[in-house]
Design a protein. Structure first.
Length: 142
């Protein structure tokens, strides 16, 4: 298991990743890899089985920054190899700028033996968003 966080406020452009600046819980294995300050986490398919299965959980507070369009829905989604998973999209519709709402999402990621996958959390909104107190937890479950 590993945990990646970003407590301070960050502005994330459309189709860009949330960056994780702290690693409070490091993975004891080489199956979950991350470079501090990056938005990418690499999952390795090192297993005695044909696949490694990971549970990816994300939570954060998101808002429309000052100067943005409201009311308009804003969304984030867990992405695998740069492609957002539609089933993991978390959406809120703030009525004013700088109005933070909490979002969360969970996805299971299957990585074939000998392969790697990169996960991230992507702004899938039509506009820039503010993200604060981002938390990404990756657990190897099988």
């Amino acid at each position: 298991m590993a945990e990646f966080t970003a407590v301070t406020l960050q502005t994330v452009a459309t189709n860009q990743n949330v960056l994780f600046t702290e690693v409070p819980v490091y993975s004891c294995s080489c199956s979950i890899l991350h470079r501090e300050g990056s938005g990418l986490v690499t999952l390795r398919g090192s297993s005695k089985q044909c696949r490694a299965l990971y549970k990816v959980s994300f939570g954060a507070n998101i808002a429309v920054p000052d100067g943005g369009t409201v009311p308009a829905p804003i969304s984030v989604a867990i992405a695998i190899n740069g492609e957002a998973l539609a089933s993991s999209t978390a959406t809120v519709t703030p009525t004013t700028t700088a109005e933070f709402n909490n979002v969360s999402s969970v996805a299971f990621v299957s990585v074939p033996l000998g392969c790697c996958s990169q996960i991230s959390v992507k702004n899938v909104s039509a506009q820039t968003i503010d993200v604060q107190n981002a938390n990404l937890v990756v657990e190897r479950v099988a």
